[in-house]
Ligand binder design. Structure first.
Ligand code: UDP
Length: 409
């Protein structure tokens, strides 16, 4: 089978942790690699954002990255990429006319627009994973939402037009149905976690014996809720917070979000217990997770959230807001604790319970590792995805129902 993935802004080759490089990059890279291990030929089409990039790069066995020239060959924030999607689609169409993929799998709404435009005239079926939804972003970010104004209307049309939608969690299914997507064209396939990298055994980052280490990992944007964790610290005198993500370490002092969070910590009198590491290399994260007592993952909303899975796979309990994918991945009272979003008091209560009970932390961590291993390997994710592709390729566009695809994990 020959699959073309489209991921306009999120390249599998990007450095992670910056404003626009996180879970989608990890997802596309890992899914493509796991599909290739199952014998699928995968091409990932992503926008060329650096003049030095060659047109094609091999990414392990069976995966080819195609750098599509669309717009300037430099970083452009993803919310400003819409005007370049016509050119992106035209390039894909030319390529697919010469070599027709069996299935196109688009990631994110703008990729979906380009993929549909390029694939529809050729009769190639299009699968779409949204990764994030404009309606949800607008609901939570209001006027701070920098998405193009047309996003919500375009997404509504898109979810009705594509041949199949892959939701990464149950919550997303409800959102998609509310947007008008036909239920029979949606299946749930979660994101996965790299179980060869994120393990319970291995080196652990050093920490001081008289403090409890809380860890937050992720892109440093306000909605990830790091500010809410900082606001919980005055109630937790034994806790320190380590924050991984954001710009490269050399750029931390110039970063606006780091500045905002540092001012908050200073106002609350906890600045000496909060440390910003900046972007941490993915390969160095397992040791950081293992060195933590609790991982805090308390976004205002979260389409999926790979970070809690990484923490679980390393055997660390997670305090997670009960939103989006975190409702499916973190089991309250079994692999971590759920809290409402944007609630420093409830975060403090949950953390206090865990801080006072090291044995319970160990038990939650062990259950988390088991759950990650059983349900969230990329190999399992690829197998579920591939069975969907096979049925879609056999039916042709527009005709795939989902009766025997998993309705949920
Ligand atoms: N990440 C990383 N280094 C950093 C910060 C984040 O490698 O300094 C990775 C993290 O390990 C995870 C991804 O970026 O794999 C973030 O994915 P998630 O789904 O949690 O959040 P998103 O970025 O999609 O909002």
């Amino acid at each position: 089978m020959n699959v073309s993935m489209v991921s306009e802004h999120a390249s599998p080759l990007a450095a992670l942790g910056g404003v626009d490089a996180g879970g989608q990059n990890v997802h596309v890279a890992a899914l493509a690699t796991a599909l290739a291990r199952r014998g699928v030929e995968v091409t990932v089409h992503t926008r060329r954002d650096d003049p030095e990039l060659p047109r094609h790069v091999r990414h392990g066995a069976g995966v080819r990255i195609d750098h599509v020239p669309a717009g300037p060959a430099c970083y452009v924030p993803k919310d400003e990429l819409l005007p370049y999607m016509d050119g992106f689609a035209a390039d894909l169409h030319r390529q697919w006319q010469c070599q027709r993929p069996d299935v196109v799998h688009a990631h994110f709404w703008m990729s979906g627009l380009a993929a549909l435009r390029a694939a529809r005239p050729l009769g190639v079926p299009v699968v779409l994973t949204m990764h994030a939804l404009g309606v949800v972003k607008r609901r939570h970010q209001g006027r701070k939402d920098t998405s193009p104004p047309a996003r919500i209307a375009l997404e509504r049309r898109l979810v009705a037009d594509v041949d199949h939608l892959v939701a990464t969690c149950t919550d997303e299914v409800f959102e998609l149905i509310r947007m008008g997507a036909p239920r029979q064209r949606i299946s749930v396939v979660p994101c996965g976690v790299d179980l060869s990298l994120f393990t319970t055994h291995g080196p652990a980052a050093a920490r001081s014996a008289d403090r409890v280490r809380l860890l937050s990992v992720g892109r440093l944007v306000e909605r990830k809720g790091v500010g809410n964790v900082i606001s919980s610290l005055p109630h937790l005198p034994r806790a320190e917070l380590v924050v991984a993500g954001g710009p490269a370490p050399a750029g931390i002092d110039r970063d606006a979000e780091v500045g905002r969070l540092r001012r908050l910590a200073t106002e609350l009198g906890v600045a000496d217990r909060v440390r910003f590491l900046g972007r941490v290399d993915h390969a160095e994260l397992p040791a950081l997770y293992r060195g933590a007592d609790v991982v805090t993952c308390v976004p205002w909303y979260e389409p999926f959230g790979i970070v809690p899975l990484e923490a679980m796979a390393c055997g660390v309990p997670v305090v997670a807001s009960a939103v989006g994918g975190l409702v499916d991945t973190v089991v309250d009272g079994m692999t971590g604790l759920h809290v409402p979003p944007r609630s420093p008091e409830r975060i403090a209560e949950a953390l206090a319970e865990l801080i006072d009970d090291p044995a319970w932390r160990r038990e939650l961590g062990a259950q988390g590792a088991l759950r990650a291993r059983c349900l969230f390997s990329w190999d399992r994710v690829a197998a579920l995805t591939l069975s969907g592709y096979e049925r879609l390729a056999a039916c042709g566009p527009g005709r795939l129902g989902a009766p025997d695809l998993p309705a949920r994990v």
